[in-house]
Write a protein that binds this ligand. Structure first.
Ligand code: PFF
Length: 449
């Protein structure tokens, strides 16, 4: 029986569109600048095995839980818990998720704005101007501390997000995912082609993959879990929101599997695009801002067609950031349209403006507000730390426990719609009941002792 609620809600146009949009959310800055380095530093192939275990044993069950909560309620994360268990306090998990989303979007947009700036600057010959060893470092430092520029690019990137999300789920998010994700893949293949044909690229592959099982210890396992969580966009309701636009014929198990598989594949391929070139050019590997805005521009500077390569790379990174940012914005927009009954256009503009305003202190924390710190971290650092290390894992536990214990019988019927794989259901059920919450609780505890 279809309720009115189910009938009026917009749906994805196709399963492929949904999978690409969800993969677009998962594949983001985290895949490009963090995963490859963490892989190389922590045991290579040995770390990859640990990471994949975390994805399969913890990430996948929680992703399935989010999707089924979304589809079962056809609501935003806040409304979903209210609709599935009226009168309980579970809506708090959704509410915390939405707040987490606002914070992540606010600082994510800042770095996405830098990326956009580097794209424009590469197109206009930034990189070929790097001749001395410090030039990229100086260019980076003067850029991120230039408040006006950084805020302008933050604004421009927010506008890109608005343009996509305002067009709706099918006409905006899905349509753009279908264009942007294949483009991203193509760009990545191009960069891999360049990187692997450089003399000395084998050292980069050795850095990435050479197995070193002696590096695997408790800390490394926890790091792998945290990375899996962040990279799969879990714990704050992105997959609840995207799941809420699913029809009953979609197989949640295989969809979640495809999304997680694509995410891991792109993370590994990003490493293959980056580190062989870094090593071939005799640079030191690193991660984060240092890698993206300093080491890589210097690597490009040493190669023919440096500005072209740099433009392609920053285009790739802008695309990866955009499809993740729109998923965060959509969480807020679905809340405003469902609960506050705003129109999509209004919700998109107001929510994006809100995230922009919240993001300004993060943007300024590399410049005029660099002195404002808490525990040694600026606004940006605090926002990143609290969301990734506290709020996402907490949300993940809440989601797993809700799906596994609180929801009750309804969950079985809902998740088996479109799949009918009962054995898989029991495997999933016991993962969200026991394995995932305990493992995630361990991340939280070990982070603070
Ligand atoms: N998964 C994104 C990345 O790897 O860059 C980041 C992210 C997006 C995290 C959405 C959390 C989220 F809800």
């Amino acid at each position: 029986m279809q309720s009115d609620r189910k009938a009026v809600r917009e749906n994805w146009g196709s399963r492929l569109g949904f999978v690409l949009a969800a993969a677009g959310s998962a594949i983001g800055l985290g895949n490009v600048w963090r995963f490859p380095y963490v892989l190389g530093e922590n045991g290579g192939f040995a770390f990859l095995l640990v990471y994949l275990c975390c994805v399969v044993l913890i990430g996948l069950p929680i992703m399935g839980a989010e999707m089924v909560i979304g589809r079962g309620s056809r609501r935003n994360p806040f409304g979903a818990f209210k609709a599935l268990l009226p009168g309980s306090a579970w809506w708090l998990v959704g509410a915390i998720g939405i707040v987490t989303g606002v914070i992540i979007l606010s600082y994510y947009n800042v770095v996405a704005g830098w990326t956009l700036a580097y794209l424009f600057r590469s197109l206009t010959g930034l990189v070929s101007g790097f001749t001395g060893p410090d030039s990229a470092e100086l260019a980076y430092e003067s850029f991120v501390s230039d408040s006006a520029q950084v805020v302008i690019y933050l604004f421009l990137f927010a506008v890109l997000g608005i343009l996509v999300v305002a067009q709706g789920v099918k006409g905006g998010i899905e349509r753009w995912a279908k264009i942007l994700m294949p483009t991203l893949f193509l760009l990545l293949l191009l960069l891999i082609g360049r990187s692997l044909t450089l003399e000395g690229s084998g050292d980069g592959l050795a850095f990435l993959f050479a197995p070193d099982f002696s590096k695997i210890n408790g800390d490394v396992i926890l790091m792998a879990m945290g990375q899996a969580f962040y990279s799969l966009s879990l714990g704050m309701g992105v997959m609840i929101t995207y799941g809420s636009y699913l029809d009953n014929r979609t197989n949640i198990f295989s969809s979640a599997g495809t999304v997680a598989g694509l995410d891991a594949l792109i993370a590994v391929l990003a490493g293959v695009a980056i580190f062989p070139a870094v090593f071939a050019m005799g640079m030191e590997p690193s991660s984060g801002f240092g890698l993206t805005y300093q080491v890589l521009p210097m690597v490009f500077a040493k190669l023919p067609l440096s500005d072209v390569l740099s433009s392609l790379f920053f285009l790739l990174l802008t695309i990866a950031a955009l499809t993740s940012a729109i998923s965060l914005l959509e969480v807020m927009v679905s809340f405003a349209t469902d609960e506050l009954h705003w129109t999509r256009a209004r919700a998109t503009i107001i929510m994006a403006a809100f995230a922009f305003v919240v993001g300004v202190p993060s943007a300024l924390s590399f410049g005029v507000w660099s002195d404002v710190t808490v525990f040694g971290l600026g606004f940006f650092g605090v926002a990143d730390y609290i969301t990734a290390n506290v709020l996402l894992p907490l949300g993940g536990i809440g989601i797993a426990v809700f799906a596994g214990w609180a929801w009750g019988r309804g969950v079985k019927q809902e998740i088996l719609l479109g799949s009918n794989q009962e054995t898989l259901y029991y495997v999933w059920l016991w993962s969200v009941r026991i394995l995932a919450p305990i493992a995630v609780a361990l991340i939280l505890i070990f982070n603070f002792v």
